[in-house]
Design a protein around this ligand. Structure first.
Ligand code: G
Ligand code: G
Ligand code: MN
Length: 482
């Protein structure tokens, strides 16, 4: 340009303009690009976070679990995986609504964080399920201690904006490398320990152990045998009398399943029913058992009722219920003579569906009994919202009724509750005359326990009925004041 030649001058201007334009384009692109990177980071953060609790989500949990396991395998290190599940959370949702449920989850996340130190990875895996990874070489005692601290923290009441709720949490742990050497197996075993503790000691923590491993193997063999069994032939029923101490006669029998496996011999129902439930075989079992139970009941005197246990899975779907209705309709036993027993824990899983299914059964004319009452959460709102006719008080209260005053008080309260709600009440598990007399004194009327009769095969029922008619002393007890 300094030469003053017009051609060069034009070229110079051109170059300057192009440079400015280039710089401008460069700046805007770089700004967009930076924005894009920020968005991508934000996306990945959101994709890895649980929005409710702000904890890592399921995806991040399993990514980290894979990473920790690779590290541990390479460096010969140990670590621990845990799963936490809330007990009673479903009913919080059902009874108080989802907003309250959300508050409980947020507070749960906060409490878990408060208890855990730096090396712990906490995650919300979904629903009311949380995951934990513990770093390093922690001893069994330390794991138990940490677990107990979590349980204690979750047991203390949740003071929410408009309501106070009390729930509990159960925890299962699995240690690497003892419990498993792949991420999936390790987590599966923590989950097994968790389910185990939920079934046997809710609100506690447990570490996956050798006993669990043996149990898994046993379960597998029961499942295999169940699948190969000729269930129509191998399943049978025992019947336990339910006695009315006022009328002094047997008013019903409860049908209790028995399985004589060709390979395993006799397997008790509390072993094979849970396996059948998990293996999705229970509906078939229930149908066979119900058909058999009703065929027996048909031969009994009209005044004697039949009580039959339904499992969770039986009240979980419309098809299962329809099949049960068909069996009852074809049985020749009046629906009004039939009691169907369900447990609270069965209803916990999906209250609304369970309650709908029970209503459909009830419309047929059968009566509904709540079994094992007092062992679960015994929420009065359940009792109130279910189409119940009868409550069965669990036998755990009866064992120490002679020595423990509070057992007597609890049983008395439950009997009164039934009377006020106009529900029939059956007390279970009395084994001695003394226990039966105390229960009678507390206002109990219908009783089911070894004292009045043990479960018996079908062909013993007519004889038993005849004997009690003739010799009331066999079963009757002297009446007690009150
Ligand atoms: O009969 P007891 O004998 O040991 O029964 C043990 C448990 O098995 C009880 O809790 C009882 O409710 C359950 N049970 C017994 N028979 C049946 C059945 O036919 N169906 C279901 N779902 N549970 C049963
Ligand atoms: O369905 P439910 O969980 O209520 O099953 C009843 C169970 O209680 C059966 O296993 C039956 O054998 C058992 N049972 C009934 N009466 C007594 C009793 O008096 N004592 C004891 N220990 N068990 C009983
Ligand atoms: Mn029962």
């Amino acid at each position: 340009m300094s030469l003053g030649r017009p051609t060069f001058f034009a070229m110079g201007v051109n170059l300057a303009l192009v440079s400015v334009a280039m710089v401008y384009i460069l700046i805007t692109h770089s700004r967009d690009f930076a924005n894009m990177i920020r968005l991508a980071e934000e996306n990945s953060r959101l994709a890895n976070l649980d929005v409710l609790t702000n904890l890592p989500n399921r995806r991040q949990f399993f990514d980290k679990l894979h990473e920790w396991l690779r590290n541990a395998a390479r460096n010969d290190k140990r670590f621990v995986v845990g799963g936490v599940d809330l007990d009673g959370f479903k009913s919080v949702n059902d009874v108080f609504g989802h907003v309250t449920g959300d508050q409980v989850l947020i507070e749960t996340g906060r409490r878990l964080k408060d208890i855990s130190n730096e090396g712990v990875l906490l995650a919300r895996l979904g629903g009311d399920e949380f995951g934990i990874i513990l770093e390093g070489d922690v001893s069994e005692a330390q794991i138990n201690d940490y677990g107990e601290r979590i349980c204690t923290a979750l047991r203390s009441p949740f003071l929410l904006s408009n309501v106070t709720v009390q729930i509990a949490g159960s925890i299962g742990f699995a240690t690497y490398p003892e419990a498993g050497t792949t991420p999936e197996l390790l987590f599966e075993r923590a989950d097994y320990a968790l389910n185990h503790v939920k079934q046997h000691a809710r609100g506690r923590s447990v570490i996956f152990s050798r006993e669990h491993e043996i149990e898994i193997r046993q379960f597998a063999s029961i499942e295999r045998c169940l699948r190969n069994a000729d269930l129509d032939r191998e399943l049978s029923l025992n019947f336990q009398p339910i006695y009315d101490v006022v009328r002094q006669e047997v008013v019903a029998f409860e049908a209790l399943a028995r399985w004589d496996s060709r390979e395993l011999g006799r397997v008790p129902p509390d072993e094979f029913i849970p396996v059948a439930e998990r293996a999705d075989l229970i509906n078939n079992l229930t149908h066979i058992l119900l058909r058999k139970a009703l065929a027996c009941a048909r031969t009994w005197p009209e005044g004697v009722r039949i009580s039959f246990n339904l499992s969770v899975r039986d009240i979980g779907s419309a098809e299962a219920i329809l099949k049960i209705i068909t069996i009852i309709e074809n049985s020749g036993v009046a629906p009004e003579r039939i009691d169907l027993e369900v447990t609270e824990t069965a209803l916990m899983r999906d209250f609304n569906k369970g309650s709908e299914c029970l209503k459909a059964l009830k419309a047929l004319g059968v009566h509904i009994a709540l079994d094992d009452f007092g062992t679960g959460y015994s929420s009065l709102s359940y009792v109130h919202r279910l189409p119940l006719d009868k409550i069965k008080i669990d036998r755990s209260f009866i064992k120490e009724i002679e020595t423990q005053e509070n057992c007597r008080d609890i049983v008395k309260s439950m009997i009164d509750l039934c009377r006020n709600l106009k529900l029939a009440c059956v007390i279970e598990g009395m084994e001695t005359k003394e226990q039966a007399e105390i229960l009678r004194g507390l206002g109990g009327r219908m009783m089911q326990g070894y004292y009045f009769g043990k479960p018996m095969p079908a062909d013993a029922v007519p004889g038993f009925l005849a004997a009690t008619d003739q010799v009331p002393a066999n079963c009757a007890i002297v009446s007690v004041a009150g």
